[in-house]
Write a protein that binds this ligand. Structure first.
Ligand code: PEP
Ligand code: MG
Length: 573
């Protein structure tokens, strides 16, 4: 059995098709007329955009209506138009008199090296995008045709080193029973697309192309990240059963798509989704999310090789707002620092990045960057129900400073008659102990709270959320964290504002009775957990949840609490 990261749930069974990538040999000759070469490059770029749009169109036909925007290839169209990248390529042709193929290769490799050195899943995805874009652009320049994947037989398990977005677009995906690749993680485009198409996928399987041969029988378990090659009859039998149980459960959950989110005795709460881009927004709306509780905008900044302009950001925010129509879309302002770096922002290395130049601290220092983002969000607010949220708040003056900047932008917009939502709400994340302790005061300056349990747990427990050595202390079930969550919700309610939660805890089935009992107004979960969470909420009555919470709050350790909740839920079934 081979192991990797399960990135798209489900069981896939079929025969392997091992994809071998054909590398093109790059021309490296010099040119006499640089101007002509630049024109040749620009033509290839146009061809690239045209071809990619065609691929997107083809892929859209294979996706469900609501998921048409789950087209990861769009990123490549933005990338190929990136101003800095183009200046780099054209300058090389001009100054070094090298051919367009070599200039594309050199310039893209520069960015590939920068992004490859960053230990960050989103950045690794940028690498895949740039490599795919580079190879296709060079193929166009050299007049080499794309590889033909059209004749894939039904029940095929695709095995590849790396699944480039353009490859997937060239395949008849209805014939793909599963995907296995050597590279890629949960946020890679292969994973996003596999989830949108409901194809089981296991990525990051070491040397898999050498371990599986064409035509061999393969089972892919996209939940547990397991891959079986030439399985024995007994394994096939077990996985057949697992497959039908999985499909049954998926069908059962689909019943919750159009339902209200409410407890068994009818108490309604809002169920929203956390997203990082437009594709996830489309997936969330398809699964019946009632809004966006957290739009992590840093991914937009990680997408390109330079900062997205006001117009680019405006378009991205506007499109998500339009997808959700009158439902709330909470856009969190840039939260970089900590474990999220953006190379072109020039952040210096810090001894304690999680305690350093992060989130709102960065934005209030780089008002130039912050203002561009706030202008884009405010302009987009004219098209839907956008709310603004500030991350990493620790002090009252940070909220006041943000209000001042927003006020200045609104005055400018009023003078220039630029439309925006004049009643736009400004909320804050409560994810630091300082903000939690001051929640009663902050609630008078914020329009809403959203509890960020990922960071709140880290800072309450003084445990770096990425440090394996101390991960045993990182538990949201620790009574210290639970007491804080309860307090934050009460403080918000006493001041008359709504309190949501967008940390991972909001989607944890064991946490749900506690959050219901504490009175949480909004649960915001990863797009793929929307339906599960709606079902889990429907399993509780308010009085049962309150009884459980009362017991839990009398316990003193995270282990006792999680065991108690785990057992209770198991016996409930
Ligand atoms: C959190 O801290 O809980 C949160 C939702 O934000 P992030 O994980 O992006 O830091
Ligand atoms: Mg956070």
């Amino acid at each position: 059995m081979l192991r990797g990261i399960g990135t798209s749930k489900g069981i896939g069974m079929g025969n392997a098709l091992v994809l071998v990538e054909q590398n093109v040999r790059i021309k490296t000759e010099t040119v006499e007329n640089a101007e002509e070469e630049i024109l040749r490059y620009r033509k290839a770029k146009q061809q690239f955009v045209h071809d990619t749009d065609k691929l997107i169109e083809g892929l859209a036909k294979q996706l469900k209506e609501q998921e048409k925007t789950a087209l990861v290839l769009k990123n490549q169209v933005y990338l190929v138009k990136d101003i800095e990248l183009n200046e780099g390529i054209e300058n090389l042709i001009k100054t070094q008199k090298i051919c367009a193929e070599a200039a594309v290769e050199d310039t893209c490799n520069l960015y590939i090296n920068i992004f490859s050195n960053m230990e960050n899943a989103a950045m690794n995805q940028r690498v895949i995008d740039i490599v795919d874009m580079k190879n296709r652009l060079i193929r166009i320049l050299m007049g080499v045709n794309e590889v033909d994947f059209k004749d894939i037989k039904p029940g095929t398990i695709i095995v590849a080193r790396e699944l480039h977005p353009s490859m997937t677009a060239l395949m008849d995906t209805s014939h793909i029973a599963g995907i296995v690749a050597e590279k890629g993680g949960d946020t890679s485009h292969a994973a996003i697309l596999a989830r949108a198409l409901e194809i089981p996928a296991v990525l990051s399987v070491r040397d898999v192309c050498a371990k599986i041969k064409n035509g061999e029988q393969v089972i892919v378990d996209g939940e547990y990240g397991e891959v079986f090659v030439n399985p024995i009859e007994k394994t096939i039998e077990i996985y057949r059963r697992k497959q039908s149980a999985f499909l049954e459960k998926r069908e059962e959950l689909k019943k919750y798509i159009d339902k209200n989110t409410e407890t068994a005795d009818g108490k309604k709460v809002l169920l929203a989704a956390n997203i990082g881009n437009e594709q996830e927004a489309a997936k969330a709306v398809a699964d019946g999310a009632e809004g966006i509780g957290l739009f992590r905008t840093e991914f937009l900044f990680m997408n390109g090789v330079s900062m997205p302009s006001e117009d680019e950001q405006y378009e991205a925010y506007r499109r998500v707002a339009v997808i959700f129509k009158d439902k709330p879309v909470i856009i969190r302002t840039l939260d970089i620092g900590g474990d999220k770096d953006i190379p072109y922002m020039g952040l210096s290395r810090e001894a304690n990045p999680f305690l350093g130049y992060r989130g709102i601290r960065f934005c209030l220092d780089r008002v130039d960057v912050f203002t561009v983002q706030l202008r884009a969000i405010l302009r987009a607010s004219a098209y839907g129900h956008i709310k603004i949220m500030i991350p990493m708040v620790t002090a009252l003056q940070e909220i006041l400073a943000v209000k001042k900047i927003i006020h200045g932008i609104c005055q400018d917009f009023d003078r220039k008659e630029i439309s925006y939502d004049k009643n736009i709400k400004l909320g804050i994340m409560i994810e630091t102990p300082a903000a939690a302790a001051m929640a009663d005061v902050l609630a008078h300056e914020a329009d809403f709270f959203s509890i960020g349990t990922n960071d709140l747990t880290q800072y309450m427990m003084a445990v770096d959320r990425t440090n394996e050595n101390v991960s045993y202390l990182y538990s949201t079930f620790n009574p210290a964290v639970l007491r804080m969550i309860k307090r934050i919700i009460s403080c918000g309610h006493e001041a008359g504002i709504e309190v949501g939660m967008c940390g991972e805890a909001a989607g944890n089935p064991s946490m749900i009775p506690l959050l219901l009992a504490f009175g949480l107004d909004e649960f915001s979960v990863t797009a793929s957990k929307v339906l599960d969470t709606r079902k889990n909420i429907a399993d509780w009555t308010c009085s049962e949840a309150e009884g459980v919470a009362k017991q839990v709050m009398e316990l003193y350790t995270d282990k006792e609490i999680s065991n108690y909740l785990g057992d209770y839920i198991l016996n409930k079934k």
